[in-house]
Design a protein around this ligand. Structure first.
Ligand SMILES: *C/C=C(C)/C=C/C=C(C)/C=C/C1=C(C)CCCC1(C)C
Length: 262
């Protein structure tokens, strides 16, 4: 790993510590607001809490790994010989990405059989995407990074295709209050998930793997994307749950008073 200036080292250090606290705060928030929404939609908030909880753990590990990869020697951060462990990041994604797609499918409240099928296909694609991306992330040449990256992009494109083609009709069935939010969460998902392959492409674009600006850009880039794609996304899942509940409230009160039970 390349030698870093104190500013470069600190930027990644601060980005990671910010991400840890963002994940922990989101965890507390999602756990607290879970009870605010309908039982049938609560699973989406549970999934969001698990996502940020898992990410907080792996960020803690990454933070430790980052600190042990470098030592301050005469005013610069020299590599200690203990390589930063990218496996923490990919283990995090391997667990959280399938849960993120699942949270979206469950907040849409599609027919059960259909939801199960979509969920399964999206989860398999998400796992393939992460598993194929990892060998490229730790590759020694930009060529093999490019090849694994291209393979990983196939399931990625499939996920986007499913989200746009197949979930489209489900959006049309959402109450008016929730439709805009569902469209927005899809845009957030596209925008933030699209950011990961761009960060991954940087070393290929400049045909180098091991410069200080690259290491710093990749680590901070993934941190920013993770906060948006996990914390920001979870907040939107909550907003959708609330909007759906508010939209259904009048009918629910009616059925409650007529049947006398809830
Ligand atoms: C919370 C973490 C999330 C939402 C991670 C998402 C990661 C991706 C969408 C990664 C995609 C990649 C490609 C499409 C090609 C290059 C390799 C990856 C794994 C960076």
């Amino acid at each position: 790993m390349p030698e870093l200036t104190t500013a470069q080292f600190d930027l990644v250090f601060n980005a990671m510590s910010f991400t840890i606290v963002a994940m922990l705060a989101s965890f507390a928030f999602f756990m607290m607001v879970r009870e605010d929404i309908d039982q049938s939609l609560r699973i989406a908030l549970t999934l969001s809490s698990i996502v940020v909880g898992v990410a907080a753990y792996f960020y803690f590990r990454m933070f430790e790994s980052w600190k042990s990869a470098y030592a301050l020697v005469n005013g610069v951060y020299a590599f200690t010989g203990r390589t930063f462990n990218n496996a923490y990041r990919y283990a995090d994604w391997l667990l959280t990405v399938p849960l993120l797609v699942s949270a979206l499918v469950s907040i849409l409240g599609m027919p059960r059989e259909y939801a199960r099928g979509v969920n399964f296909r999206l989860m398999v694609a998400a796992i393939l995407m992460i598993v194929l991306g990892y060998p490229g992330e730790i590759a020694n040449t930009t060529l093999s990074r490019a090849i694994w990256g291209a393979l990983s992009t196939i399931p990625f494109v499939y996920i986007l295709f499913v989200l746009f083609s197949e979930l489209g009709p489900a959006i049309g069935r959402q109450p008016a209050e929730a439709q805009v939010l569902v469209r927005n969460i899809r845009i957030l998902l596209m925008g933030t998930w699209g950011f990961y392959p761009l960060v991954y492409l940087l070393p290929i674009a400049v045909q180098d793997l091991n410069t200080a600006p690259l290491v710093v850009a990749i680590q901070t880039g993934y941190c920013i994307a993770d906060v948006l794609a996990k914390c920001g996304y979870g907040v939107m899942i909550y907003a959708i749950g609330r909007a759906k509940m508010d939209a259904e409230k009048p009918t629910r009160q009616r059925t409650t008073s007529s049947s006398g039970q809830d």
